[in-house]
Design a protein around this ligand. Structure first.
Ligand code: FAD
Length: 486
């Protein structure tokens, strides 16, 4: 433990951010770095709990008190080794993870939790700057070949681990560049894309092959991939967006969030696209959906200089503090106030859209909405909305972004080709901890298997799935598991 009294001496502090007025003029990341002294103080706040709940809170099982201690002692190589033993890509999670570890931090019971996510980002950035992050191509090759379908965080983590185990790994990606939603979903202002390039370049140096612009099941048959490899990992994500099939859905001006976000990410990267350009400039924008995707639409609309930005959520606003039903601090997981909301957005909770209204030219002009109340179960969880009679009203807008989540992976192509079974939620059926599908030699990981989730879960699934593939190929595995970190 770095400093026994640290949690009493120092308050939680986050690095400074570029002002709202300046950051909305561009798509750059805007969170700064700590000074060495501040980083030292923040790591000193860790209490090195007897039972570190943060380990369990983190889907990767990150060994948090130990790396905090190393940071406090400025033992950078040690901190980096501890962190990278459980997480292949701390530079992604250190920037965009909602940090379930911080919701589990014991200090959070009566004080703000340790700034674990920021400390993680600093460890990895210091490691890159001090040239500690080096290619680690395996010394002995197994002679086995593995194909990974999809290059999001799940596919990348599976590829990195399988390569480490000595297998020859090829990653197939239908987009023009690797990264999955890290590249073409999450905006640059949360994660600049050189961060992905830097990691992918290292993976290439490690010997992993990337085949981009190739859709498995269309440009190359999935059966061929299975025949030509000793194992295949499906990590294609959950890509089919939830629609809002209400009257007026065909009007011009209603878009799926991902179509909007992907275009902007391509624009920032200087990559041309064929589709009709979607723009928020000068418009009154309504974002329907209150999660990460919704807040990314808010941030992007503000940067495109929308006239106004509103965000609708069907649920009630989550509690800002402990309640009888929720005694454990929910900060920061459930708060869902993001930096995009600071940039200008009127939020509406417990509101339902019943109709899109258009003008004579078929363009969207407003939404007809009403308020709802929620029946809750004994835990206080919302179970059924009821319309508040008399609350119907029209809210003018010229652009709507649907950000209500994703329902399941794409079936046409790879999944259909192979006859992969899906579960009752229509995700690929492969039990957690086992990751095997009904098709021989074929495994699945990430959002494609667990449904839409988080980057940290995708990395965790990729790593755990790689262990199962390695066991399948070799009869045993030496790859680390989150269940046996000490
Ligand atoms: P994906 O990242 O979806 O990657 C799947 C890849 O597979 C894609 O590149 C796709 O093109 C490729 N693919 C699919 N089928 C084929 C095929 N047949 N052949 C070849 N390639 C194929 N999580 C967080 O933790 N923090 C955030 O801030 C956050 N923000 C988000 C913002 C948005 C807009 C969205 C949509 C999600 C966000 N998430 C966030 C969730 C997170 O991005 C996902 O949970 C995570 O990326 C899932 O990883 P994955 O590897 O399973 O799939």
């Amino acid at each position: 433990m770095g400093k026994v009294t640290g949690f009493q001496e120092f308050d939680r502090e986050l690095p400074s951010k570029v002002s709202v007025a300046e950051r909305v003029t561009n798509y750059n990341e805007f969170v700064g770095l700590y000074s060495e002294e501040k980083l030292n103080e923040q790591s000193a706040r860790c209490m090195d709990c007897g039972i570190p709940f943060c380990h369990n809170g983190c889907p990767l099982g990150n060994v948090i008190p130990e790396f905090n201690d190393a940071v406090y002692r400025k033992s950078w190589e040690e901190a980096y080794q501890i962190l990278s033993s459980t997480n292949n890509f701390p530079e992604f999670t250190g920037r965009i993870c909602p940090a379930p570890c911080e919701s589990s931090c014991v200090l959070g019971i009566n004080k703000p939790p340790v700034a674990i996510e920021e400390i993680e980002k600093h460890i990895i950035e210091i490691a890159w700057s001090k040239d500690m992050v080096k290619p680690t191509a395996p010394l002995v090759k197994s002679g086995k070949k593995v194909a990974v379908v999809g290059s999001g965080p799940a596919g990348l983590a599976a590829a990195a681990q399988l390569n480490k185990a000595g297998h020859s790994v090829t990653v197939y990606e239908r987009d023009d560049n690797p990264g999955g939603l890290l590249r073409y979903g999450i905006p640059d202002f949360k994660l600049e894309k050189w961060v992905i390039d830097r990691r992918v370049n290292l993976m290439k140096e490690d010997g992993i092959e990337f085949v981009c612009g190739t859709e498995v099941g269309k440009d190359i048959s999935a059966e061929e991939l299975v025949r030509g490899n000793d194992a295949v990992v499906l990590a294609g994500g959950s890509t089919i967006p939830r629609n809002l099939n209400i009257p007026g859905r065909d009007l011009k001006g209603i878009y799926f969030a991902m179509d909007f976000l992907k275009q902007q990410n391509k624009r920032v990267a200087g990559i041309e696209f064929d589709a009709e350009a979607i723009s928020a400039t000068g418009k009154d924008v309504i974002v329907i959906g209150g999660g990460d995707t919704g807040s990314d639409c808010v941030g992007t609309s503000n940067r495109q200089k929308a006239n106004s930005v509103k965000q609708f959520e069907l649920l009630v606003q989550p509690p800002m503090a402990r309640t009888t039903h929720m005694p454990w601090p929910t900060y920061p997981m459930l708060l869902k106030v993001t930096s995009s909301h600071e940039e200008g957005c009127e939020r509406f909770w417990a509101i339902n859209t019943e109709e899109f209204l258009g003008d004579e030219n078929g363009n969207l002009r407003a939404l007809r909405v009403h308020d709802v109340t929620w029946d809750v179960d004994f835990m206080g969880r919302p179970i059924k909305p009821t319309k508040v009679e008399g609350s119907e009203r029209e809210i003018p807008c010229q652009a709507v972004f649907l950000a209500m989540g994703f329902v399941h992976p794409q079936f046409e192509g790879a999944l259909e080709n192979l006859g992969v079974e899906v579960d009752e939620r229509k995700n690929v059926k492969a039990k957690e901890g086992v990751y095997r599908t009904n098709v021989s030699k074929v495994f699945a990981a990430g959002d494609m298997r667990r449904g839409q989730s988080l980057v940290v879960w995708a990395i965790s699934e990729g790593r755990e799935c790689a262990r199962k593939v390695d066991e399948f190929l070799m009869g045993h595995t030496h790859l680390e598991s989150k269940d046996n970190v000490s």
